[in-house]
Design a protein around this ligand. Structure first.
Ligand code: ZN
Length: 208
């Protein structure tokens, strides 16, 4: 298949990526679902000069930031956590993140999350199949729904909740509420989170 046919429909976007960012060919190849060579040939044929990557390639701070940004859901890592991991001042981090964003080497949202509580809530949200309201209570958000909505409205790519509210999830939620009322008071939040799925399974077997 010819390069032009493979890239038909995305040429405009690809040209923009090549001109404005210094994202490596290999990464662009993955994005557009073609070979690295196809991107390279395309770039040559169009006579596109790519922005220099000197700073980011040599800068240890930028490399550290890129490493963090490659983690899953890294847009939801708070700026405070990033600072702590790299042990750097706020202004320093900001300067280098701006360069990386400008070159498209990190997402536009990377490093923008300010709230540690939101970070904690999202970590649960991505991993556990539990209702959003429950996550909110665990981390101390009155309304985690509205936090998610706010982020979505601002253009954050928030994946769908693992908790789908199908019949099984709904049943578990009801059981969870019953258990919480009966005996959950003595446990702390973390214990509650770890213990309940097991208890619910036991309860189900008893009934079934
Ligand atoms: Zn840098």
């Amino acid at each position: 298949m010819g390069i032009h046919r493979q890239l038909r429909g995305v040429e405009h976007e690809l040209i923009k990526d090549l001109r404005k960012t210094s994202v490596p060919f290999l990464q662009l190849a993955e994005k557009y679902g073609v070979s690295r060579q196809a991107i390279s040939v395309f770039c040559g044929k169009k006579g596109i000069k790519r922005p220099k990557r000197e700073h980011t390639e040599k800068c240890s701070i930028c490399q550290g930031l890129i490493r963090i940004a490659k983690k899953p859901h890294s847009d939801f890592i708070s700026s405070q956590t990033i600072r702590e991991q790299l042990r750097l001042e706020r202004a320093t981090i900001r300067y280098h993140i701006r360069i990386l964003r400008g070159q498209g080497l990190v997402s536009q949202k990377f490093g923008r999350l300010q709230s540690r509580r939101a970070e904690r809530a999202y970590q649960i949200y991505f991993k556990k199949r539990i209702p959003i309201g429950t996550i909110g209570r665990l981390v101390g958000f009155k309304n985690f729904y509205s936090v998610i909505k706010k982020h979505k409205d601002l253009g954050w790519d928030v994946p769908a909740s693992l908790f789908t509210y199908d019949s099984n999830d709904r049943r578990e939620a009801v059981l969870r509420r019953i258990k919480t009322r009966r005996g959950g008071a003595g446990m702390d939040k973390r214990q509650t989170l770890d213990v309940y799925p097991l208890e619910i399974r036991k309860g189900r077997r008893g009934r079934g």
